[in-house]
Every structure is written in structure tokens, then in C-alpha cells.
Ligand binder design. Structure first.
Ligand code: PLP
Length: 223
């Protein structure tokens, strides 16, 4: 029984500092696996499809913290706005404004991370630092009352070269520090750096991650 997903989760949880949030990335996992994970005590899940997130939220007990970790389309915000704990991948001001609207409609403040493009691959989403600075200093941004920017998120290049990964994580930490000091110096809620997945979370933690998003090391490889 050593290889159950709960065993893998517990080993992982015990191996990383307890102040670091571990998000169990359950994307593509069917309901029977979700139930097994819940029964074993996992209470923080990450999904990258809005409709899957909503369906799983509806089917499972309500003491779960749900994180949206993927690329969010504007027309899908409505499915997750009533309950989502944190939206990791905000990569445009337009999207942020739309999230704010749905926060308003649902009478809640939606927690968001700004996703930055730190990898060398073209395919990974994310803001450039100048883009973020431009909207963060705008009056338009200051008028948004139903979002809270809690920090930054990024994905490193998929490579076996640790030096490259480490450098990209350092870049994200520097972006975090700059944005914190320029725009959120007095805001305690701006505190999170979401970086690290199954293949690179150890490096991410060494470099200052506060949240790791781990899928395959808990659930096995996705089909
Ligand atoms: C799938 C995914 C993860 C988890 O990836 P694993 O390699 O399975 O740990 C983390 N973050 C994002 C944004 C993902 O899409």
C-alpha cells in the first residue's frame, strides 16, 4: 500500500517546509480519484479547466480550497467566480478587469496571481514586467475593488538543465520583489510566489517559492 496517492502526497507534504502551500494538481483526474484524495485528507486542489473545476466543486464536500492554475478565458470566469480561492494565471489587464466584474457580481473579492513569462518557450503564457507595470500604475487598476493581487506565478522551461530553471525562478523572485516594492509595499496580502511543479519544485523552494503546484508526483502521469 506504499504507493497509494495519499502515501505519495504525505511523503511530499512531509518533505517540504510546512509554510509552503502544496496544491494537489488534480486536472484530468476522474471523480473516484478525487474522492480517494479527499478521503485521504487532501483539501487543496488545482485544476486548469473552468468547467472541470466547477463540476468537481459541485460534487465534492465544501471544505476544499480550489485553485485555478491554467489559462483562464474570459467567458469561463463565471463558472468559478462564486467559490474559487485563488486564480494563478492572470496574464492580461483585460482578464483582470473581467475577473473584477465577476467578483462584483458574486459579492466577493477574487484572489489573483499575476503570471509572468519566465521560460524560454514561446508557448507559455504570461506577462512581461513592463506590461504589468503599465497597468499597475493606471487609475483603471486602482478602481478595481473586487480583486486582490496576492503575488506572482510562473512556469520554468521544461528542461533537464537545472541552471536554466534556477535562473528563471530567480527572475520571477526579482519580479516579485520589484512589484512588491513599487506597488504593494504596504499590502500584506501581496506575499505569494507560485512556482514549482513535479519536476522542479525542489529548486523552486530553494529559490523562494511559497506555493508549489504538483500533479504527476501525487497522481501519477496523466493519460
Ligand atoms: C499541470 C500543471 C501543473 C502540475 O504539473 P506536474 O508536472 O504534473 O506536477 C502545475 N502547474 C500548472 C500551471 C499546470 O498546468
Amino acid at each position: 500500500m506504499d504507493n497509494t496517492l495519499i502515501n505519495k502526497y504525505q511523503k511530499l507534504r512531509n518533505s517540504i517546509p510546512k509554510e509552503i502551500k502544496l496544491i494537489a494538481v488534480s486536472k484530468t483526474q476522474p471523480m473516484n480519484i478525487m474522492e480517494e484524495a479527499y478521503a485521504g485528507g487532501i483539501r487543496i486542489f488545482g485544476e486548469n479547466k473552468a468547467l472541470d473545476l466547477r463540476d468537481k466543486y459541485e460534487a465534492l464536500p465544501k471544505d476544499i480550497e480550489w485553485h485555478f492554475i491554467g489559462h483562464l478565458q474570459k467567458n469561463k470566469i463565471k463558472y468559478i467566480a462564486p467559490f474559487v480561492s485563488l486564480i494563478h494565471g492572470v496574464d492580461s489587464f483585460d482578464l483582470l478587469k473581467e475577473i473584477d466584474k465577476f467578483g462584483q457580481k458574486n459579492n466577493r473579492v477574487l484572489n489573483c496571481l499575476l503570471q509572468f513569462h519566465i521560460a524560454s518557450e514561446e508557448t507559455k503564457f504570461g506577462l512581461a514586467i513592463d506590461e504589468a507595470v503599465d497597468f499597475l500604475k493606471s487609475p483603471d487598476f486602482k478602481s478595481l475593488k473586487n480583486i486582490c493581487i496576492c503575488g506572482v506565478m510562473g512556469m520554468a522551461t521544461y528542461t533537464s538543465n537545472d541552471d536554466i530553471i534556477r535562473k528563471e525562478f530567480k527572475d520571477l523572485v526579482n519580479i516579485f520583489k520589484k512589484i512588491k516594492s513599487d506597488f504593494f509595499a504596504n499590502q500584506e496580502s501581496f506575499k505569494d510566489i507560485s512556482m514549482g511543479m513535479s519536476g522542479d519544485f525542489a529548486l523552486a523552494i530553494e529559490e523562494g517559492s511559497t506555493m508549489v503546484r504538483i500533479g504527476s508526483s501525487i497522481f501519477g502521469s496523466r493519460l
